[in-house]
Design a protein around this ligand. Structure first.
Ligand SMILES: Cc1cc2nc3c(=O)[nH]c(=O)nc-3n(C[C@H](O)[C@H](O)[C@H](O)COP(=O)(O)OP(=O)(O)OC[C@H]3O[C@@H](n4cnc5c(N)ncnc54)[C@H](O)[C@@H]3O)c2cc1C
Length: 415
């Protein structure tokens, strides 16, 4: 059986073929050499560094049908991109075709019937943004930049799952373009086998151009992170395992380890300290949140408590400012190499100077060496971009501000 890689006809598209595709679709067709190419080929995981031959940025279902027909006729096995979060990079390839749905992000809410029509390239941030004004939401992920499509096709676990099920449990129907270029609807009553497959079976059964979701009454919630000393991690985890088993469905959360940054909202004695944390979400009545969270707060000595009333989209995007570590490393790699080479050169020149050069030269070499090595260490440690867990420090202030405002707390540093 052919593997996915074998089915990608590497480098087999001519300029004329790509031009004819570009002329047939309404969205942009981006190729190597185009100004937008570098940005368009990036996905969330900075370790994935692939160079597709062409990226079709579909603006509607017709573009998707055209791109699928083109791929089939050319014998190309295309990659499909929703939010681009797939960790191993399924949504891109080298030298092949990418059908990118990221321009298709509209979300239409029917507040009366509590449903939403969500385009195939929307993110959970787009979804939350559209549904929240009506006090509605659906179970998504815990990061708002994740794609609705990829997450739902794989099942989808998030803050609302204990109460309302997986993301895919909340799908009423989906419109898809199948590999033969047909536009079909899948629901309980129409193409039921396809409907079954796309709820957890991944992106192998067609390209979803839009979803119809059930919406749930979720607006303000009581949630956020509660930090404990790092050494309490095992106890906190053991507590959480028991607590969550009997907690009401409105209660959910997850555990993680985080390094507290020297941010204004972190008391000074905690700066740079690694802590264990429970990130909680309670969707019952907000005024009952404090009581519902009492046992969590009693699970250990609380080091920092940022849990309180918060709009659901704010909680769902609290950890968005993450930039993958490897992306930072990749961005800085040429500078790192240059700096290290300079440092080594200066060190050897400085050391050689001790053998015979005059004193001022030795001092200058040594100072330059120290400066170069310090800068290198700063770049390696990424100190210009320190972060709490995955949140960049420069973004953490605004996260805290949103959080404090939503909690009606003073927006200044705790004393
Ligand atoms: C930072 C981060 C946080 C995450 N948090 C959660 C979480 O809280 N809960 C959870 O359940 N998962 C979570 N995940 C996992 C995430 O759900 C999967 O990686 C998912 O595949 C991402 O979907 P996407 O559309 O963003 O990704 P993409 O990389 O665009 O797509 C993923 C897969 O789905 C296919 N696909 C995408 N769009 C379509 C479409 N419209 N039609 C057909 N196929 C399509 C792609 O071809 C690919 O195979 C997280 C991942 C990351 C990186």
């Amino acid at each position: 059986m052919a593997t996915v890689q074998e089915r990608v006809s590497v480098g087999s598209l001519s300029d004329e073929q790509v031009d004819s595709l570009a002329a047939s679709v309404r969205g942009a067709t981006i190729q190597p050499g185009d100004e937008q190419y570098e940005a368009a080929r990036q996905i969330y995981n900075g370790m994935i560094d692939r160079r597709p031959r062409a990226i079709v940025q579909a603006v509607d279902a017709a573009d998707v049908v055209t791109a699928v027909n083109f791929a089939r006729e050319q014998g190309i096995y295309p990659s499909v991109r929703g939010g681009g979060h797939n960790v191993v990079g399924f949504s891109t390839n080298d030298d092949g075709l990418v059908i990118d749905l990221s321009p298709m992000r509209n979300v239409y809410v029917d507040a009366k019937n509590k449903t939403a029509r969500v385009m195939g390239g929307a993110t959970w941030g787009d979804f939350d943004h559209a549904a929240h004004p009506y006090g509605l939401a659906a179970p998504g992920g815990i990061i708002s930049t994740t794609g609705v499509s990829g997450l739902t096709l794989g099942g989808g676990v998030g803050y609302l799952t204990r109460q309302y099920g997986l993301s895919c449990d909340n799908v009423i129907s989906a419109d898809l373009v199948t590999a033969d270029g047909k536009f079909v609807t899948a629901s309980e009553n129409e193409n039921a086998d396809l409907f079954w497959a796309i709820r957890g079976g991944g992106g192998n059964f067609g390209i979803v151009t839009s979803w119809e979701f059930k919406l749930r009454p979720v607006g303000m919630v009581y949630g956020g992170p509660i930090f404990f000393p790092v050494e309490k991690g095992p106890e906190i985890l053991a507590f959480f395992r028991e607590f969550i088993e009997t907690a009401p469905p409105e209660m959910s959360g997850f555990f993680g380890y985080h390094i507290a940054p020297p941010a204004p909202f972190v008391p000074e004695h905690l700066h740079g300290v690694t802590a264990s944390a429970l990130v909680m979400c309670y969707t019952g009545p907000v005024e009952k949140g404090e009581e519902a969270m009492r046992a969590v707060r009693a699970a250990g000595p609380v080091a920092l408590d940022l849990c309180g009333p918060i709009p659901f989209p704010a909680l769902n995007s609290m950890f968005d400012m993450a930039t993958t570590r490897n992306e930072i490393a990749r961005m800085h790699l040429p500078w790192l190499i240059l700096l290290l080479l300079c440092g080594v050169a200066m060190l050897s020149a400085g050391l050689a100077g001790y053998g015979g050069a005059d004193r001022p030269h030795r001092v200058i070499h040594t100072i330059v060496f120290i400066v170069v090595i310090t800068v290198t260490v700063f770049v390696i440690l990424d100190l210009e971009n320190p972060r709490i867990g995955l949140i960049r420090l420069d973004a953490a202030d605004s996260v805290l501000l949103d959080l404090r405002q939503s909690m009606n707390l003073p927006t200044t540093t705790p004393g």
